[in-house]
Design a protein around this ligand. Structure first.
Ligand code: ASP
Length: 608
């Protein structure tokens, strides 16, 4: 028997029992004559004490072990001496007095300490991910992820959802992100694409009469990576028939409130979740993923300054723009340098400039533009933004698209600098009524803002042809603390409407038929009205774990350049393997391959 108990489960109740435990040497302390080993397994850790007189052979073994050796110990659970209990440890009331010990496996010195949360560079962590995952924080994140998924499955099962797997090898789509392609061996020259999401499959399942579908689905997008992006990531994908927005949002809210209560009860989750339209969110926060914890909102100041002498404002207004701004609580303490830095940030984000006005506690006003405004105007500006003495206004005059973007960036910066976001709050919101289309200036064409299966509001359908930029869609996002957690929509379920959207997206008849013919056809066989949503699982877990980077909640993530330092993927393959799938490298690819630096795995030395 390798063990009778899991190390972390031993309690005072076990005192007097003889136990066998197995695990890793977390820490070893030599106390002149006595050796203490914290033995760790998946359940936690327990202190083992080795007495040279009582168990000389076991003591010998304990003298030999090093960190991360795998050790089996047989011994007796004893209550710790009064005063030596460790209240921080679940097993802190007891220890195991070893009678015998066996080394099950030795371990090299790990490249970074397992028993401390030290900062280790990412390449090394990923190269030795199996060691990184032994560390407390990462092990806890894996457990949390499991609990989130287990909750989702239980919740949706109770609501009558069916979990259905959909193909990973599929058809490339012209819309959306870049596809990962898989060459076909049996069909020379043809490729599968890995799914960017199971969108079409889940809609086909609705046509198939499933009515309530979900899947913990892996999605693949060949995009440039950021903190919240991975080339492969996971969604809780779901779809329902005979529903409207309220059904989907209501279910999502119930799911996320339940999840928060179960896995993050220490966080406050205000409910009901805020709901606002895209237009309102852009107006009040300059963003479609506002962080409602800041307590800051944008105000329209145009009317107050319309007749001012300040030419920058007048010109912006004459050009059809507006003057908008917000109050930074306590911002009067911003030094000149700080204000200059904010202006630089505004310009980087596309603004021509930034106007700031400080309202000092003593009632005086400090601003480079103060002389252009009389006292009445200055107080009207403060009042419009809800500013009190001690605050600072940040104002941008431009077209809405620019001022929204800039004010959003500024708001996030001052909130970060001033710790305005309470880390103990999860502030969920639904943003609804997104535009159907956005103008792609590069491609000189319209593209779908969510995706092309998203339905317009009935009353906006004719705008698809007459004024696409004004058409509102039945798409919605779940956002939390300034991040998009997931998107969804009520779908198009009629062939004719889908054809009109495809036309608007400049897909000619032939291409529409080639790429979406199966959907157009399926819709002619009695497709029910349906809709769904797909919250990102990685982002969801990161949120509950308080992690900023989704890689902290993925067991084996990729680096920012989409590599896996552990296995060395991606890597070259033999010429005959390529020939089998009818692939030949270009001379450029060959040259790049030859030039490539030796792989990170060979560079990192093991004996740090
Ligand atoms: N498939 C969509 C996405 O990945 C989500 C949805 O519309 O349900 O964003």
């Amino acid at each position: 028997m390798l063990r009778s108990h899991a190390a972390g489960t031993l309690r005072l109740d076990h005192a007097g029992e003889s136990v066998t435990i197995s695990g890793w040497v977390h820490r070893r302390r030599d106390h002149g004559g006595l050796i203490f080993v914290d033995l760790r397994d998946a359940s936690g850790l327990v202190q083992v004490v080795f007495h040279p007189e009582d168990a000389p052979a076991a003591f010998e073994v304990a003298s030999e072990v090093r960190s991360e050796y795998v050790l089996q110990v047989e011994g007796d659970v004893v209550a710790r001496q009064p005063g030596t209990e460790n209240p921080d440890l679940d097993t802190g009331a007891i220890e195991v007095a070893a009678r015998s010990a066996d080394i099950l496996n030795a371990a090299r010195t790990p490249p970074f300490p397992i028993n401390q949360e030290t900062n280790v560079d990412e390449a090394t962590r990923l190269r030795y991910r199996y060691l990184d995952l032994r560390r407390e924080r990462m092990a806890a994140n894996l457990v949390l992820r499991h609990r989130v998924v287990a909750f989702m499955r239980r919740f949706l099962n109770d609501k009558g959802f069916l979990e259905v797997e959909t193909p990973v090898l599929g058809l490339a789509t012209p819309e959306g992100a870049r596809d990962y392609l898989v060459p076909s061996r049996v069909h020379p020259g043809d490729f599968y694409a890995l799914p960017q999401s199971p969108q079409q499959w889940k809609q086909l399942l609705m046509v198939a009469g499933v009515e309530r579908y979900f899947q913990i689905a892996r999605c693949y997008r060949d995009e440039d990576l950021r903190a919240d992006r991975q080339p492969e990531f996971t969604q809780l994908d779901l779809e329902m028939s005979f529903v409207d927005e309220d059904d989907i949002l209501g279910l999502t809210e119930e799911l996320y409130s339940g999840l928060a209560a179960e896995v993050a009860p220490q966080l406050a989750t205000p409910s009901p979740f805020v709901r606002m339209t895209y237009a309102e969110s852009m107006e009040r926060y300059g963003s479609d993923k506002p962080d409602l914890r800041f307590g800051i909102e944008i105000s329209d100041l145009t009317e107050i300054v319309r007749d001012s002498e300040f030419m920058v404002f007048r010109r912006a207004i004459e050009a059809g723009g507006r003057v908008r701004g917000f109050a930074v609580p306590g911002g009067a303490d911003t030094p000149r340098r700080g204000a200059d830095a904010l202006e630089a940030l505004a310009k980087e984000s596309g603004a021509g400039g930034l106007v700031w006005i400080v309202y000092e506690e003593d009632g005086s006003v400090r601003s480079p533009v103060a002389r252009f405004f009389d006292e009445a105007a200055l107080s009207a500006l403060a009042e419009a933004c809800g500013a009190s003495p001690g605050d600072m206004l940040l104002i941008v005059a431009d077209q809405d698209a620019v001022s929204s973007r800039v004010l959003d960036v500024l708001m996030r910066r001052v909130a970060e600098d001033r710790d305005l976001a309470d880390p103990n709050v999860l502030s969920f919101a639904f943003i609804t009524e997104f535009p159907m289309f956005e103008w792609d200036a590069q491609g000189q064409r319209w593209s779908a803002m969510h995706h092309l299966f998203t339905a317009p509001f009935d009353e906006d359908a004719d705008l698809i042809e007459s004024d696409p930029g004004a058409a509102r869609s039945r798409a919605y996002d779940l956002v939390c603390n300034g991040q998009e957690i997931g998107s969804g929509s009520i779908r198009i379920h009629r062939r004719e409407l889908l054809s009109r959207v495809l036309q608007r997206l400049n897909l000619d008849e032939a291409e529409a038929q080639e790429r979406f013919g199966h959907m157009l056809e399926a819709f002619t066989y009695g497709a029910p009205p349906h809709g769904g949503i797909a919250p990102g699982l990685d982002r969801t877990v990161a949120l509950f774990a308080g992690e900023r980077d989704i890689r902290e909640v993925i067991a084996f993530p990729k680096t920012k350049s989409a590599t896996d330092p552990l296995t060395g993927a991606p890597a070259s393959v033999r010429d005959d393997q390529m020939a089998e799938v009818h692939i030949a490298l270009t001379p450029e690819a060959r040259a790049a391959q030859a030039e490539r630096a030796p792989e990170a795995r060979d560079v990192i030395t093991n004996d740090v």
